[in-house]
Design a protein around this ligand. Structure first.
Ligand SMILES: [Zn+2]
Ligand SMILES: [Zn+2]
Length: 277
Protein backbone atom coordinates (compact mmCIF):
# COMPACT_ATOMS: atom_id res chain seq x y z
CA UNK A 1 0.00 0.00 0.00
CA UNK A 2 1.22 3.53 -0.77
CA UNK A 3 3.22 5.42 1.82
CA UNK A 4 1.86 8.76 3.03
CA UNK A 5 3.63 11.51 5.01
CA UNK A 6 1.09 13.94 6.47
CA UNK A 7 3.35 16.64 7.94
CA UNK A 8 5.76 18.86 6.01
CA UNK A 9 6.77 22.51 5.71
CA UNK A 10 7.73 24.60 2.68
CA UNK A 11 9.25 28.03 2.14
CA UNK A 12 5.76 29.46 2.79
CA UNK A 13 6.66 29.01 6.49
CA UNK A 14 9.97 27.85 7.94
CA UNK A 15 10.86 25.05 5.53
CA UNK A 16 13.66 25.53 3.01
CA UNK A 17 12.15 23.69 0.03
CA UNK A 18 9.54 25.06 -2.36
CA UNK A 19 6.39 22.99 -2.78
CA UNK A 20 7.82 21.73 -6.06
CA UNK A 21 11.11 20.63 -4.47
CA UNK A 22 9.29 18.88 -1.61
CA UNK A 23 7.00 17.02 -3.98
CA UNK A 24 9.89 15.92 -6.20
CA UNK A 25 11.67 14.63 -3.13
CA UNK A 26 8.50 12.90 -1.93
CA UNK A 27 8.17 11.17 -5.28
CA UNK A 28 11.83 10.09 -5.26
CA UNK A 29 11.37 8.72 -1.77
CA UNK A 30 8.41 6.61 -2.86
CA UNK A 31 5.53 8.54 -1.30
CA UNK A 32 2.03 8.22 -2.75
CA UNK A 33 0.67 11.28 -0.93
CA UNK A 34 2.15 14.23 0.94
CA UNK A 35 0.56 16.56 3.48
CA UNK A 36 1.64 20.20 3.20
CA UNK A 37 1.19 21.75 6.65
CA UNK A 38 2.85 25.14 6.89
CA UNK A 39 2.68 27.18 10.10
CA UNK A 40 -0.30 29.53 10.05
CA UNK A 41 -0.49 29.78 6.24
CA UNK A 42 -1.99 27.94 3.29
CA UNK A 43 0.00 29.98 0.74
CA UNK A 44 1.82 26.95 -0.69
CA UNK A 45 -1.28 24.81 -1.25
CA UNK A 46 -2.38 25.92 -4.76
CA UNK A 47 1.15 25.45 -6.16
CA UNK A 48 1.50 22.16 -4.34
CA UNK A 49 -1.73 20.77 -5.78
CA UNK A 50 -0.66 21.76 -9.29
CA UNK A 51 2.80 20.20 -8.87
CA UNK A 52 1.34 17.11 -7.22
CA UNK A 53 -0.91 16.55 -10.21
CA UNK A 54 2.00 16.98 -12.58
CA UNK A 55 4.25 14.56 -10.70
CA UNK A 56 1.62 12.05 -9.63
CA UNK A 57 1.82 12.65 -5.86
CA UNK A 58 -1.50 13.25 -4.13
CA UNK A 59 -1.42 16.44 -2.05
CA UNK A 60 -3.25 16.49 1.26
CA UNK A 61 -3.89 20.20 1.86
CA UNK A 62 -3.18 21.15 5.44
CA UNK A 63 -2.02 23.71 7.97
CA UNK A 64 -0.30 23.68 11.37
CA UNK A 65 -1.80 26.30 13.65
CA UNK A 66 0.24 27.65 16.56
CA UNK A 67 -1.69 28.01 19.78
CA UNK A 68 -0.67 28.42 23.40
CA UNK A 69 -1.83 26.63 26.53
CA UNK A 70 -0.32 27.53 29.91
CA UNK A 71 2.63 29.29 28.23
CA UNK A 72 3.44 26.29 26.04
CA UNK A 73 3.30 26.07 22.25
CA UNK A 74 0.60 23.63 21.15
CA UNK A 75 0.37 22.86 17.43
CA UNK A 76 -2.90 21.79 15.86
CA UNK A 77 -2.89 20.29 12.36
CA UNK A 78 -5.85 20.92 10.08
CA UNK A 79 -6.54 18.93 6.90
CA UNK A 80 -8.88 19.59 3.95
CA UNK A 81 -9.77 23.11 5.07
CA UNK A 82 -11.54 25.26 2.50
CA UNK A 83 -8.54 27.47 1.70
CA UNK A 84 -10.77 30.18 0.26
CA UNK A 85 -12.79 30.60 3.46
CA UNK A 86 -12.57 34.38 4.03
CA UNK A 87 -13.00 34.26 7.82
CA UNK A 88 -10.33 31.57 8.12
CA UNK A 89 -7.86 33.59 6.02
CA UNK A 90 -8.47 36.74 8.08
CA UNK A 91 -7.82 34.85 11.30
CA UNK A 92 -4.61 33.41 9.87
CA UNK A 93 -3.43 36.92 9.11
CA UNK A 94 -3.81 37.95 12.72
CA UNK A 95 -1.96 34.80 13.84
CA UNK A 96 0.92 35.79 11.59
CA UNK A 97 0.99 39.26 13.18
CA UNK A 98 1.51 37.61 16.59
CA UNK A 99 4.26 35.45 15.06
CA UNK A 100 6.07 38.62 13.94
CA UNK A 101 5.74 40.24 17.36
CA UNK A 102 7.22 37.09 18.86
CA UNK A 103 10.15 37.11 16.45
CA UNK A 104 10.97 40.67 17.43
CA UNK A 105 10.75 39.76 21.13
CA UNK A 106 13.12 36.81 20.61
CA UNK A 107 15.63 39.02 18.81
CA UNK A 108 15.45 41.65 21.58
CA UNK A 109 16.11 38.97 24.19
CA UNK A 110 19.10 37.71 22.23
CA UNK A 111 20.44 41.26 22.07
CA UNK A 112 20.05 41.56 25.85
CA UNK A 113 22.00 38.32 26.20
CA UNK A 114 24.84 39.91 24.22
CA UNK A 115 24.21 38.46 20.76
CA UNK A 116 24.07 41.24 18.15
CA UNK A 117 21.40 39.79 15.86
CA UNK A 118 19.06 42.05 13.89
CA UNK A 119 15.59 41.48 12.43
CA UNK A 120 17.03 42.41 9.01
CA UNK A 121 19.51 39.52 9.24
CA UNK A 122 16.72 37.16 10.23
CA UNK A 123 14.45 38.43 7.44
CA UNK A 124 17.23 37.83 4.92
CA UNK A 125 17.08 34.08 5.66
CA UNK A 126 13.59 33.93 4.21
CA UNK A 127 13.61 31.88 1.05
CA UNK A 128 10.58 33.64 -0.38
CA UNK A 129 9.16 37.13 0.10
CA UNK A 130 5.76 35.82 1.12
CA UNK A 131 7.15 33.28 3.58
CA UNK A 132 6.75 33.40 7.36
CA UNK A 133 9.69 33.93 9.69
CA UNK A 134 10.13 31.49 12.56
CA UNK A 135 12.64 30.39 15.17
CA UNK A 136 14.63 28.25 12.66
CA UNK A 137 15.53 31.41 10.73
CA UNK A 138 16.83 33.03 13.93
CA UNK A 139 18.73 29.85 14.80
CA UNK A 140 20.37 29.88 11.40
CA UNK A 141 21.69 33.41 12.01
CA UNK A 142 23.08 32.32 15.39
CA UNK A 143 24.89 29.42 13.70
CA UNK A 144 26.23 31.50 10.83
CA UNK A 145 27.52 34.19 13.15
CA UNK A 146 29.28 31.51 15.16
CA UNK A 147 27.38 32.11 18.43
CA UNK A 148 26.39 28.44 18.51
CA UNK A 149 27.73 25.46 16.61
CA UNK A 150 24.44 23.86 15.54
CA UNK A 151 20.71 24.42 15.12
CA UNK A 152 20.20 21.99 17.99
CA UNK A 153 22.42 24.09 20.28
CA UNK A 154 20.56 27.26 19.23
CA UNK A 155 17.28 25.68 20.32
CA UNK A 156 18.62 23.96 23.45
CA UNK A 157 20.38 27.04 24.81
CA UNK A 158 18.33 29.97 23.53
CA UNK A 159 15.25 29.45 21.40
CA UNK A 160 13.61 26.28 22.71
CA UNK A 161 11.07 26.05 25.52
CA UNK A 162 13.85 26.01 28.16
CA UNK A 163 16.11 28.41 26.29
CA UNK A 164 17.37 31.72 27.71
CA UNK A 165 15.71 33.84 24.99
CA UNK A 166 12.41 31.94 24.86
CA UNK A 167 9.32 34.11 24.89
CA UNK A 168 5.74 33.24 24.13
CA UNK A 169 3.27 36.11 23.77
CA UNK A 170 -0.40 35.24 24.16
CA UNK A 171 -1.94 33.47 21.19
CA UNK A 172 -5.14 31.61 20.55
CA UNK A 173 -5.90 28.55 22.70
CA UNK A 174 -5.78 25.05 21.19
CA UNK A 175 -9.59 24.95 21.50
CA UNK A 176 -9.84 28.08 19.34
CA UNK A 177 -7.49 26.50 16.80
CA UNK A 178 -9.73 23.41 16.66
CA UNK A 179 -12.80 25.63 16.16
CA UNK A 180 -11.08 27.61 13.42
CA UNK A 181 -10.23 24.43 11.51
CA UNK A 182 -13.65 22.84 11.88
CA UNK A 183 -15.48 26.05 10.93
CA UNK A 184 -13.48 26.15 7.70
CA UNK A 185 -14.54 22.59 6.88
CA UNK A 186 -11.28 20.93 7.95
CA UNK A 187 -10.30 18.08 10.25
CA UNK A 188 -8.36 18.98 13.43
CA UNK A 189 -5.56 16.64 14.51
CA UNK A 190 -3.24 17.25 17.46
CA UNK A 191 0.37 17.56 16.26
CA UNK A 192 3.21 15.71 18.08
CA UNK A 193 1.57 15.30 21.53
CA UNK A 194 4.74 13.62 22.79
CA UNK A 195 6.39 17.04 22.85
CA UNK A 196 3.87 18.40 25.36
CA UNK A 197 4.18 15.50 27.76
CA UNK A 198 0.72 16.20 29.12
CA UNK A 199 -1.88 13.48 28.64
CA UNK A 200 -4.47 15.57 30.53
CA UNK A 201 -4.23 18.28 27.90
CA UNK A 202 -4.70 15.67 25.17
CA UNK A 203 -7.76 14.21 26.94
CA UNK A 204 -9.19 17.71 27.32
CA UNK A 205 -8.77 18.45 23.61
CA UNK A 206 -10.24 15.08 22.64
CA UNK A 207 -13.30 15.89 24.74
CA UNK A 208 -13.43 19.26 22.99
CA UNK A 209 -13.69 17.70 19.54
CA UNK A 210 -10.29 16.74 18.19
CA UNK A 211 -10.67 14.24 15.32
CA UNK A 212 -7.28 12.59 15.56
CA UNK A 213 -3.76 12.43 16.99
CA UNK A 214 -0.41 12.52 15.23
CA UNK A 215 0.87 9.29 16.78
CA UNK A 216 4.06 8.94 14.70
CA UNK A 217 6.52 11.84 14.66
CA UNK A 218 10.35 11.87 14.59
CA UNK A 219 10.51 13.41 18.08
CA UNK A 220 8.29 10.73 19.63
CA UNK A 221 9.77 7.90 21.66
CA UNK A 222 8.39 4.38 21.34
CA UNK A 223 6.71 4.95 24.68
CA UNK A 224 5.00 8.13 23.35
CA UNK A 225 3.75 6.24 20.32
CA UNK A 226 2.27 3.54 22.54
CA UNK A 227 0.55 6.04 24.82
CA UNK A 228 -1.02 8.06 22.01
CA UNK A 229 -1.95 5.05 19.93
CA UNK A 230 -3.89 3.65 22.88
CA UNK A 231 -5.50 7.00 23.55
CA UNK A 232 -6.60 7.33 19.92
CA UNK A 233 -7.98 3.80 19.90
CA UNK A 234 -9.85 4.36 23.16
CA UNK A 235 -11.69 7.34 21.64
CA UNK A 236 -11.90 5.91 18.07
CA UNK A 237 -9.78 8.76 16.73
CA UNK A 238 -7.74 8.89 13.57
CA UNK A 239 -4.03 8.08 14.00
CA UNK A 240 -1.75 10.06 11.72
CA UNK A 241 1.98 10.12 10.98
CA UNK A 242 4.38 12.64 9.55
CA UNK A 243 8.06 13.53 9.30
CA UNK A 244 7.66 17.28 10.01
CA UNK A 245 10.09 17.78 7.12
CA UNK A 246 11.53 21.33 7.12
CA UNK A 247 14.06 20.94 4.31
CA UNK A 248 17.77 21.49 4.89
CA UNK A 249 19.71 23.82 7.14
CA UNK A 250 23.48 23.96 7.26
CA UNK A 251 23.47 21.10 4.76
CA UNK A 252 21.50 18.73 6.98
CA UNK A 253 17.88 17.62 7.01
CA UNK A 254 16.24 19.71 9.71
CA UNK A 255 13.70 17.56 11.64
CA UNK A 256 12.72 14.35 9.82
CA UNK A 257 13.22 13.52 6.16
CA UNK A 258 10.17 12.96 3.97
CA UNK A 259 8.65 9.55 4.63
CA UNK A 260 10.67 9.02 7.81
CA UNK A 261 7.31 8.60 9.53
CA UNK A 262 4.43 7.46 7.39
CA UNK A 263 0.92 6.13 7.28
CA UNK A 264 -1.20 4.66 4.47
CA UNK A 265 -3.64 5.96 1.87
CA UNK A 266 -6.41 4.62 4.08
CA UNK A 267 -5.69 7.47 6.52
CA UNK A 268 -6.08 9.93 3.65
CA UNK A 269 -9.40 8.32 2.74
CA UNK A 270 -10.62 8.69 6.33
CA UNK A 271 -9.48 12.32 6.53
CA UNK A 272 -11.47 13.07 3.39
CA UNK A 273 -14.48 11.27 4.81
CA UNK A 274 -14.31 13.28 8.02
CA UNK A 275 -14.06 16.50 6.01
CA UNK A 276 -17.03 15.41 3.91
CA UNK A 277 -14.91 15.44 0.74
ZN1 LIG B 1 4.77 21.51 15.21
ZN1 LIG C 1 5.45 21.02 11.76
Amino acid sequence: MGKVDLHSHTVASDGTCTAQESIERAKNRGLTALGITDHDTVAAIPDAIREGERLGVEIVPGIEISSVDGGRDIHVLGYYINIEDAEFLTRLESLRDVRNIRNRMLVEKLNELGFPVTMAEVESRKKEKTGNIGRPHIAEVLVEKGFVSSMQEAFDKYLGQDGAAYVNPPRISPEEAIDMIHKAGGVAILAHPGLYNDTQLVERLIAYGLKGIEVHHPDHSEEDEKIYEQMADKHSLLKTAGSDFHGFRNGKVFHGDLGERSTTVDTVRRLKELAGK
